[in-house]
Design a protein. Structure first.
Length: 313
């Protein structure tokens, strides 16, 4: 997909949901979702507390829900990192008027203890609850939300889409882990909240969407695959600030790192291990990038470095 088309799709998606047309299909017999639609199954939180899906998790709330498993090394870390950016943008509102949930699709393995460890690795903040439960109950929740059920033998194929909803009004939206966290935060804070006037963040995505017609491949990849965890010159996020990295590291090391960081970590590459130790042992995910992607990303980082140098800081 070209970058312009991608942006247009985002804008179309937003327009569609404003018209209330973007809700996923499975609305039962013309009614709103509510208690008769959602199964009131029992789940266990990361703190080991028993809760009910409808009564405790959904009822009357504005929610963001994603499905993860803690041993996932490909796209779910990106998903969690994106949710974390949304959390940062919403700040104190999380746990008060917006609730965030990550539900395990590997419930036999993801005990409350394992989920707590994952939350520490991702530096997860207050008001965001991780949930596990019975496999068949979790599959039912996915089905009710219009998501694909995962095959337990093929976890990497799970549906990583994120559901945003307002249980009271019955509006539900499906997004992907590549959506801009600022857009997601505003959907939760404003659109789903009766279009409340509050704007979260700077809405940079919309501002630049009008102007930057030719988002470069590198910039597009960076924004959709890296920006939840990295900035170039804007400080650390989950991963290090990448300012100067393109010049500091050997080209071959960098290219390989972008393509298969998991293998380099497994081979105990000394630079990789030293970095990991500084970032709560969060392994950078393998995002299935190819040589062209890596080259475009390195070019983008170099350009950012040059821009910083030209601005004299
Ligand atoms: C889920 C978070 C996450 C995502 C997504 C992510 N990274 Fe990382 N990255 C890290 C972490 C954490 C480290 C530090 C090493 C480690 O812990 O594995 C790192 C390290 C790096 C390094 C090495 C820095 C140095 O000092 O040499 C580079 C380069 C890098 N990432 C680039 C990228 C690019 C480009 C993308 C997007 C294609 C990306 N990362 C996506 C978390 C992430």
């Amino acid at each position: 997909m070209t970058d312009v088309r991608f942006l247009r799709l985002i804008l179309l998606g937003v327009a569609a949901l404003v018209l209330g047309a973007a809700a996923p299909a499975p609305v039962e017999s013309g009614g709103r979702w509510h208690g008769s639609y959602f199964p009131n199954v029992e789940l266990t939180t990361h703190e080991g507390k028993k809760v009910r899906l409808y009564d405790d998790v959904l009822r009357g709330k504005i929610v963001a829900i994603n499905f993860i498993y803690t041993s996932c090394g490909d796209v779910c870390p990106l998903d969690t990192a994106q949710m974390r950016q949304v959390h940062t943008l919403l700040g104190d509102r999380v746990g008060k008027d917006v609730f965030m949930y990550s539900i395990s699709v590997d419930p036999e393995n993801d005990t409350p203890e394992k989920m707590r460890r994952y939350m520490r690795t991702f530096d997860v903040g207050k008001g965001w609850t991780f949930l596990t439960g019975k496999r068949e109950d979790i599959a039912l929740i996915q089905r009710k939300l219009g998501l694909r059920i995962i095959d337990p033998k093929n976890l990497t194929d799970h549906d990583t889409r994120l559901m945003l909803g307002n249980e009271k009004t019955g509006q539900w939206l499906k997004r992907t882990p590549y959506d801009d966290p600022t857009v997601l935060a505003n959907l939760l804070a404003s659109t789903l909240n009766n279009h409340a006037a509050t704007q979260v963040g700077t809405l940079a995505a919309y501002k630049t969407a009008g102007e930057v017609k030719n988002l470069s491949r590198g910039q597009y990849l960076f924004q959709t695959r890296c920006a939840s965890c990295h900035t170039v010159g804007g400080g650390d996020r989950l991963g290090p600030d990448l300012r100067g990295v393109a010049a500091a590291r050997e080209r071959s090391w960098l290219v390989r790192w972008l393509k298969e960081p998991n293998k380099m970590i497994a081979e105990k590459d000394p630079i990789a291990l030293a970095l990991m130790a500084r970032y709560r042992n969060l392994p950078m995910p393998n995002l299935s990038l190819n040589d062209d992607d890596a080259a475009a990303l390195i070019h983008y980082m170099e350009q950012q470095d040059k821009a910083h140098a030209e601005m004299g800081h």
